[in-house]
Design a protein around this ligand. Structure first.
Ligand SMILES: CC(C)(COP(=O)(O)OP(=O)(O)OC[C@H]1O[C@@H](n2cnc3c(N)ncnc32)[C@H](O)[C@@H]1OP(=O)(O)O)[C@@H](O)C(=O)NCCC(=O)NCCS
Length: 325
């Protein structure tokens, strides 16, 4: 069955940088602790009042240009996000208007940090079954809008940003060779934001920071390593490849210790595992497409390279994909 390939990619982050030194002025933390436990040195944080769909549009326009594709030719837009501009309509629809993708169908999917690989999996399936020719897969997050800036356990970890790819029919052996998605709602209590229809928040709830990210960090860490490992193994098997066939691995950029654990399990040599967590923090769904685009643009990842992508996030959700670029 026909699969699809990445024709172009892009990413965008807010200009404002929040360093660990800045955070030292906000909560009881310090640079040494943050670097040792997470590997993060800075993150980009949107100015209040800015729109995530603007960053997403910036990333998409880069991807369209590199793919030599006009927005009017896009058939479908899928956005992975849990922090869209509004509760509804979908951010994909707001993005559609901003970029002028007039004929596209557009919707969001909610899979937290797994959003990009979930969207990619779905895009691939829909291209196979609905004969779409050009599909935009976007992942964009502004988790700064739901971080409790008084909670040192979480506020040091997250950053804002957007990444995008344009997909078209595969050729020359390139394309998405395999993909897999998983979830286990039993662990939904490990990482969540309770704001929703079940809790219509009062002003007091908001003052008490209820509408923010709640996380059991150690438990999440434990699941992260095992789920990302099993998903990548499954995707490799589906593609008929072994770990030794991977030219690069891009794990979700949540924490350097998680990334190093993945590198060790797959025996990925230094330089073959793409890492940018120190500059962006955890940008949730956007982390993989940002890292992928950076590595393509700086020439690290080249046409024909086999890249393993693996992620996990709230839900819990987890996913992986093997792509020949
Ligand atoms: C959050 C995380 C970095 C914490 O590291 P950890 O080694 O598990 O640390 P712990 O939570 O056990 O906390 C150890 C101590 O550091 C303290 N601490 C927590 N955050 C701190 C901070 N920012 N600065 C200084 N100290 C901090 C804790 O209060 C605790 O102190 P105590 O021993 O006096 O109680 C780590 O658990 C992690 O990365 N988990 C995965 C999170 C993640 O990836 N989430 C996104 C999923 S997509």
């Amino acid at each position: 069955m026909q699969t699809c390939q990445i024709l172009g990619s892009g990413h965008a982050v807010p200009e404002r940088i929040l360093t660990n030194a800045d955070l030292e002025q906000m909560v009881d933390t310090n640079d040494a602790w943050i670097v040792e436990r997470s590997g993060i040195r800075q993150r980009h944080i949107a100015e209040p009042g800015s729109s995530l769909s603007d960053f997403a549009a910036d990333a998409v326009n880069q991807a369209l240009e590199r793919a030599h594709t006009a927005a009017q030719d896009i058939d479908l837009i899928i956005v992975g996000t849990v922090s869209g501009d509004m509760k509804f309509p979908a951010m994909a629809c707001l993005l559609q208007e901003k970029i002028g993708a007039t004929k596209a169908a557009a919707f969001d999917i909610s899979a937290a940090c797994s959003g990009f690989l979930y969207a990619l999996h779905l895009a691939k399936s829909l291209m196979q079954t609905c004969a779409y020719q050009r599909v935009l897969v976007v992942a964009a997050e502004m988790l700064s809008s739901m971080v409790n800036w008084e909670d040192r356990n979480t506020c040091v970890l997250f950053g804002d940003g957007a990444g995008a790819v344009v997909l078209g029919p595969a050729a020359d052996g390139r394309g998405i060779l395999s993909s897999t998605i998983h979830s286990d709602g039993h662990y939904s209590n490990l990482l969540y934001n309770p704001a929703g229809s079940r809790h219509v928040l009062s002003a007091e709830d908001i003052d008490n920071n209820l509408a923010t990210i709640h996380m059991q960090g150690r438990e999440v860490f434990r699941h992260a390593v095992s789920s990302m490992t099993s998903a990548l193994n499954e995707a490799l098997e589906q593609a008929g490849l072994g770990a030794g066939d991977l030219d690069f691995v891009i794990p979700h950029q949540a924490n350097i210790r998680i990334i190093e654990a993945i590198a060790k399990r797959f025996k990925v040599p230094e330089g073959k595992i793409i890492i940018n967590v120190e500059r962006f923090g955890n940008t949730s769904a956007a982390s993989i497409p940002i890292a992928l685009n950076e590595a393509i643009q700086d020439g690290t990842i080249k046409k024909g390279d086999v890249v393993g992508l693996t992620t996990f996030g709230a839900g819990l959700t987890w996913a992986a994909s093997i792509i020949r670029i």
